[in-house]
Design a protein around this ligand. Structure first.
Ligand SMILES: Cc1ncc(COP(=O)(O)O)c(C=O)c1O
Length: 424
């Protein structure tokens, strides 16, 4: 049970099993910043600087030999990521790889898993797709000569709603079943904060003979995933949000073992996916490395992986259940405070409603408030040290991070909002 007092917030901070990790991250300079933008760019893990320095010294000291020498030789650098990424996604180590960036990985996976054939060429996806995913999907079907308006079915929430009901997804999959080549959703939607029932979507897609893939930009490091058991065909993600990997950090991909271990799975090939011993030979056929590593194209962008390594080391130290508990607890605490405090109307300028679902397992840590005209409020909050963000057309996004957000931060933000906003 929560209460709306400052004392209660302090008490929750004192009981917080993860409070010590706040100091493992660097906050923006300036007056006290309450950072709620981990859904956009996570904070820098302290250890990043040391590893970056190490990378620069290794490059300086060893030059090309750095591929084999130094603290973390570059040739096998990407292999370190298998363990933490497999834990975060509920996958086997040979199903996950850190490579490229999200949209690039999306195109790579589409090349393997969009296999239109006669009447089966359509893609079912969600209406509130992020722009990059929409562009990727439209360009994909156009490449095959289809009209995006015909080949892409976008599922809208019911009128005046933001959340897409499972029943509607199930019905759409069944209705279009024989035409569907691919079902593609987000794990957690970037605009509404809704977490989709990935296992149910994956099973329903397979029942009608379609492949199933997910964009996990807002899911990885945020909700509990079991991609292998859910039999998801593929998933892609970025690492700069909940994984705190740094701006433009290397992305990642999951490909289920049943495809990743099959050497005949069609793919866009490059030398880094080819078996290591013959990578430099001038002739010979492409022989994929076993597992998702065989879907790599270029050599690993080491500098771009260092912030992620520093952050994932922390994920390895902490029990995932403890992180999940704090995420859920802070989410409920923030929703509770907003609903309790932002009540009386008297002269308040902003009118919002929380659109991310309240039910457990239907949201991550991002609380989304639909607030037409609220962009100026986001600017005002920023100037007061409360860093939240705005997504067009009408949503304020607020995300406590179990790594670096305190209960007192959430309390302070809620008190500020209570002076200017009514939650309807
Ligand atoms: C949901 C979602 N998908 C895709 C992207 C694009 O990612 P990238 O620029 O790493 O390809 C983003 C970026 O924020 C995103 O939020």
């Amino acid at each position: 049970m929560f209460s709306v007092t400052r004392q209660h917030a302090t008490q929750l901070d004192e009981q917080d099993a993860l409070a010590q990790y706040r100091d493992a991250f660097i906050f923006p300079k300036g007056k006290e910043i309450r950072y709620f933008c981990g859904h956009s760019l996570g904070l820098q893990a302290e250890q990043t600087k040391t590893y970056m320095q190490q990378y620069l010294s290794d490059w300086g000291n060893f030059a090309v030999d750095g591929h084999w020498k130094g603290a973390s030789p570059w040739l096998s650098f990407h292999e370190w990521f298998q363990k933490p990424l497999s834990l975060l996604t509920g996958a086997y180590p040979d199903e996950v790889v850190a490579m490229n960036s999200l949209t690039v990985n999306l195109h790579i996976c589409f090349a393997s898993f969009y296999r239109p054939h006669r009447k089966r060429y359509k893609i079912l996806t969600e209406y509130w797709n992020f722009s990059s995913d929409r562009f990727a999907l439209e360009s994909l079907v156009s490449l095959y000569g289809y009209d995006p308006k015909d080949a892409i079915i976008t599922l809208k929430p019911k009128k005046n709603r933001f959340i897409v009901e499972w029943q509607d997804i199930e019905e759409a999959i069944a209705q279009h079943g024989s035409e569907l080549a691919l079902v593609f959703f987000n794990g957690v939607n970037y605009y509404t904060g809704q977490a989709f029932p990935m296992e149910a979507i994956s099973r329903a897609a397979h029942r009608v003979g379609a492949y199933c893939g997910f964009d996990l930009a807002h899911a990885i490091g945020n909700i509990t995933l079991s991609l292998h058991d859910w039999r998801v065909d593929f998933a892609v993600w970025c690492s700069y949000k909940y994984l705190n990997g740094g701006p433009g950090a290397v992305g990642g991909a999951f490909i289920h073992q049943r495809h990743a271990l099959e050497k005949n799975t069609p793919r866009m090939a490059g030398w880094w996916g080819h078996e290591a011993s013959t990578r430099f030979q001038l002739s010979g056929k492409f022989k994929p490395v076993k597992g998702v590593d065989g879907f790599q194209i270029s050599n690993a962008p080491i500098a771009n992986m260092i912030g992620l390594k520093a952050s994932l080391e922390l994920f390895l130290k902490v029990d995932a259940k403890v992180l999940a508990f704090k995420r859920e607890h802070q989410y409920q605490y923030l929703c509770y405070l907003l609903s309790s405090l932002c009540t009386v109307q008297n002269g308040k300028k902003y009118f919002g409603s929380i659109i991310s679902p309240q039910e457990e397992n239907q949201h991550g840590s991002m609380v989304c408030i639909h607030c037409p005209g609220g962009k100026s409020l986001v600017d005002e909050l920023h100037s007061k040290g409360f860093w939240v963000d705005w997504r067009e057309p009408d949503v304020i996004r607020i995300t406590p991070s179990p790594w670096f957000t305190s209960y007192s931060d959430i309390y302070a933000l809620s008190i500020y909002l209570s002076k200017v906003m009514v939650i309807k």
